[in-house]
Design a protein around this ligand. Structure first.
Ligand code: SF4
Length: 336
């Protein structure tokens, strides 16, 4: 084997991609690990992603590629549809592989390695989906999937003799048994996330995202960061976000836009509430009543202050009752 052949491994930090990387390293291939991330990613363990841990352990150079805001268009209108939540897995993989393809040229790599397993994921890992992804990413014959290689058509690296197909595997299906046994043999201990690390697969998050798509045409990552904070309510053209703790209150304040209004109850434990959209009388009243509900103030009438940058105007309101608030809570509704 030519020892100078380079490849890019898409390393999620999950078990499958870690094993796939190990299997190509064992064949003398020079490997660069690439991790894609975005605000939809939840597998960051206190600022340290598992993929980095795995790459460091295997002594492999590591790169993080942050998905651009163009990815939001993919999520909004995926050509191949969604999985159970708002996860456009086929389009997402096409997106990542196109970016990896560009990087491949830059780094002089000859092929890409993924941890995909035939038939493991309902949407993106059926044989036909794998073919579509490969074709649309412009990588036909250039993706090696070591865990299922023997079940798939010959790839260019196999034909060229850069890797030996016989040393790859023929795993299929959803059982993780074989991978777990292999991981023990390789002493791969720290593995996590995989699909569990993607907010787009979570039902509650999907609800909030659908609502956002419905009401806002142009999105930025800031909008997505806000979806991760607080309780979300929709009242007509107004979106109201209520912080759940001090950390969220601070972040909401940081992420607010000039046109947003902030609400709080002075002199007692209070959430920071954000009112987005045109400042209607009803919107202000609703945001104030929600703020009173989630504050520590237990009175029938509560003074709430609000304003654009400083909450300087005052309004006296009756706290909303929880059942009523729930009717507008986006995570509790079925949004089409
Ligand atoms: S689970 Fe999320 S990150 Fe993974 S392929 Fe699907 S949409 Fe992309």
């Amino acid at each position: 084997m030519d020892k100078n052949i380079k490849s890019i491994v898409l390393l999620s930090g999950g078990l499958d991609s870690s094993l796939a990387m190990r299997l190509v390293i064992d064949q003398g291939i020079v490997v660069i690990a690439v991790k894609f991330t975005s605000p939809f990613c939840t597998c960051d363990q206190g600022g340290r992603c598992f993929s980095r841990v795995v790459a460091e352990k295997m002594g492999v150079p590591y790169r993080i590629l942050v998905k651009g805001e163009d990815y939001l268009k993919v999520v909004r209108k995926p050509k191949y549809g969604y999985g159970k939540g708002m996860n456009p897995c086929i389009d997402c993989r096409i997106y990542m592989l196109r970016k990896a393809n560009e990087l491949m040229e830059e780094l002089g790599a000859k092929f890409i390695v993924t941890g995909e397993v035939v038939g493991q994921r309902p949407m993106s890992q059926y044989r036909r989906a794998l073919q579509i992804i490969e074709r649309e990413a412009g990588l036909e014959g250039k993706i090696v999937r070591p865990l299922s290689a023997k079940l798939l058509p010959l790839t260019e690296p196999e034909k060229e003799g850069w890797v030996d197909r016989e040393r790859f595997l023929s795993i299929k299906g959803r059982s993780r048994k074989e991978q777990i046994e292999l991981a023990e043999g390789y002493e791969i201990e720290e593995y996590a996330c995989a699909a569990g690390g993607c907010l787009l697969t979570h039902r509650e998050f999907a609800n909030k995202l659908k609502d956002l798509f419905k009401h806002k045409k142009r999105l930025t990552w800031r909008d997505i960061m806000l979806l991760k904070l607080g309780r979300h309510f929709r009242l007509g053209a107004n979106k109201i976000i209520v912080g759940r703790n001090e950390q969220e209150n601070n972040l909401l304040f940081k992420l607010k836009q000039k046109t947003d209004h902030i609400f709080e109850v002075p002199g007692c434990g209070s959430p920071m509430t954000l009112l987005q959209g045109e400042k209607s009388r009803l919107g202000v009243l609703f945001a104030a009543r929600l703020t009173a509900l989630y504050s520590d103030c237990q009175q029938d009438q509560v003074q709430v202050k609000y304003g654009r940058n400083n909450p300087f105007r005052a309004i006296i309101v009756q706290p909303l009752i929880r059942e009523e608030a729930n009717r507008y809570n986006l995570t509790l509704q079925k949004i089409q």
